[in-house]
Design a protein around this ligand. Structure first.
Ligand code: FES
Length: 273
């Protein structure tokens, strides 16, 4: 279909003329998924904004737990010991969130993700709100114009996400630290590791990753390693939606747990040291 046809949206020539709001039957709760998506995503964004703006209780010095919302912490304003990769950015003004250096990459990676695009196009913009439910918009241009054409940069944000997942993995490794020094292991380590595993499952299940690993090949039989890797990535890709939500939850739970331990609300149960 040409872009001229697309611009007519549901009224385009050749589209079925449907006189009712939905073809899904009167009792079908097609609105439930958009409502849940708006609620879940909005709550997460509010939580993330509040937590990154607070700039406290993100580091547990005794056990070297660092919240993923503050990683990497690259300024001299960060809590002592929390800057695992150094402090190349000097002091930050009081109201400037430290996460300004990493969070934008994380957000654009998620914002341009194929799954999230479907989710927020349907739930926030109602384009369309569900299958077989007419959208309220009169025009439709797909992702052929600014700003949505920028969604095509997703592949490049994937590379940034790989680096950030690597940094989160490093944070989880550094966190095996005991109170008096040396090796330590507590409940916080299990939470940090679970979060990192889920982050990798989401990142490596990316559609761009699947194309990078197994795309542009004529014969899989001549590239057995890439074929093997493509098979594994495809398994993760099939659960991409689930990992998109699990990682939002695991990021928030990890951050909240570290915030409570850092604030002294409850102690971290220790198995070793
Ligand atoms: Fe979802 Fe790339 S498609 S992260």
């Amino acid at each position: 279909m040409s872009s001229a046809d697309l611009s007519q949206g549901v009224g385009a020539v050749g589209r079925a003329r449907v006189g009712v709001r939905t073809l899904r039957g009167g009792r079908d709760r097609w609105w439930l998924q958009p409502v849940l998506t708006v609620t879940g995503l909005s709550l997460w964004v509010i939580y993330a904004v509040v937590r990154t703006a607070l700039q406290r209780n993100y580091w547990v010095a005794d056990y070297h737990y660092l919240s993923p919302f503050y990683s990497p912490c690259l300024t001299t304003s960060c809590a002592p010991g929390s800057s695992h990769l150094g402090t190349p950015f000097g002091n930050f003004p009081p109201l400037l969130p430290y996460a300004i250096l990493s969070l934008p990459f994380l957000l654009v990676f998620r914002l341009t993700c194929y799954y999230y695009r479907k989710a927020y196009y349907r739930s926030y913009y109602l384009a369309p709100p569900a299958c077989a439910v007419a959208e309220p918009h009169r025009t439709y241009h797909g992702e052929t114009r600014f700003p949505l054409i920028l969604q095509n940069f997703h592949r490049w944000f994937f590379y940034a996400a790989v680096i950030l997942s690597g940094i989160n993995s490093y944070d989880a490794a550094v966190a095996f630290h005991g109170k008096g020094g040396g090796f330590g292991f507590g409940l916080g380590n299990l939470i940090l590791i679970a979060n990192v595993i889920l982050l990798w499952c989401y990142t490596l299940g990316c559609h761009s990753c699947r194309n990078i690993v197994g795309g542009r090949l004529r014969h899989f039989s001549k590239h057995p390693i890439r074929y093997w890797a493509w098979g594994k990535v495809s398994l993760l890709n099939g659960r991409h939606m689930q990992f998109a939500w699990f990682t939002l939850l695991s990021l928030a739970v990890t951050d909240a747990y570290i915030a409570f331990v850092a604030a002294g609300v409850f102690p971290d149960p220790r198995f070793i040291n």
